[in-house]
Write a protein that binds this ligand. Sequence first.
Ligand code: SF4
Length: 354
Amino acid sequence: MKYLVFSKKILSEYGFIKRDLPWRTNTTIYNTWVSEIILQQTRVSQGINFYYRFIERFPNIETLAIANEEDVLKMWQGLGYYSRARNLHTAAKQIFFEMNGVFPSSFSELKKLKGVGKYTAAAIASICFNEPVAAIDGNVLRVLARYFGIETPINSSEGEKIFSSLAAKVLDNDQPGTFNQAMMEFGALKCTPKKPLCFECSLQSSCFAFSKGMAAVLPVKTKKGTVRDRFLNYIVLEYNDFLFFNKRTKNDIWKNLYDFPLIETTTNTLPEQFINSNQWNDLFKHEEVTLKNISDEIIHILSHQKIHARFYYLTIKTEKNFITQFNMINKLNIFELPLPKIIDNYIGKMDFIK
Ligand code: SF4
């Protein structure tokens, strides 16, 4: 009974708080899939413009499947977590070339697509195919933990079992897609991570967290992993109307995006040390360079890394020592490259591009 009461209240709340979102008004499988991938690590308010931009450039599975990867990454630029874009592209090719352009239509088949995990498969299967499977994201976990008073860490294996079982019990099997969206919307707009709107919440009278004053401490999450500091010294090489770029091909952050020639150091190296270092001297031993500008240290936070970057902007008289190692790009064409945000921001501030 308590599960039914909860489900009904969640659906009723949805009637009041549901936002008009583009992927809800034009519900194709493709649009739902793209929106779910964009929203994996991004809030709706931030992701919506990226969604419009992406759908305009790649309106269907065919346009995405036949696109080249750099175009896809370019459209993704600024959203971060670029493996999402690479996987989306790979899956589009899989569907278009190997499955005659027909989307898998069940939770278990959807999960086989590159980049589609349990949550995304459940969201698509329930919204597009009415399959009764619960989509469990951070919003859903928070709502369940608070309302039912579950203190098991949401990121533990025991927690995973408990929350999966509970989410399946509260799911409305007659309208699973609507219910899943209702849960996510409720978590995003009402039972928010900080300052939940308990005083205007219709679940308040039966909510464990509200009655015990525990909304601030639920859900419980165990701390995992540490943040790694990285020290990136970028060499911005200008030769006439060109700049040199490096395509990042290794399995590392920003794979297949472009940044500048880079010297990574293990510690924070001050500029006067760096321009007298062996690495600097090795790079420029046959070259006459003019150092024009050294940026301040720029901090860029990623999920598990803290980037400390500094940009050394210099001009060179000949391109020949660098042309084989790097991509020489005319300044007019730089913004066509997929660039990590930190590089895009830096270029945007530099006068030499204007
Ligand atoms: Fe969340 Fe507060 Fe509503 Fe409980 S009363 S479900 S904590 S918003």
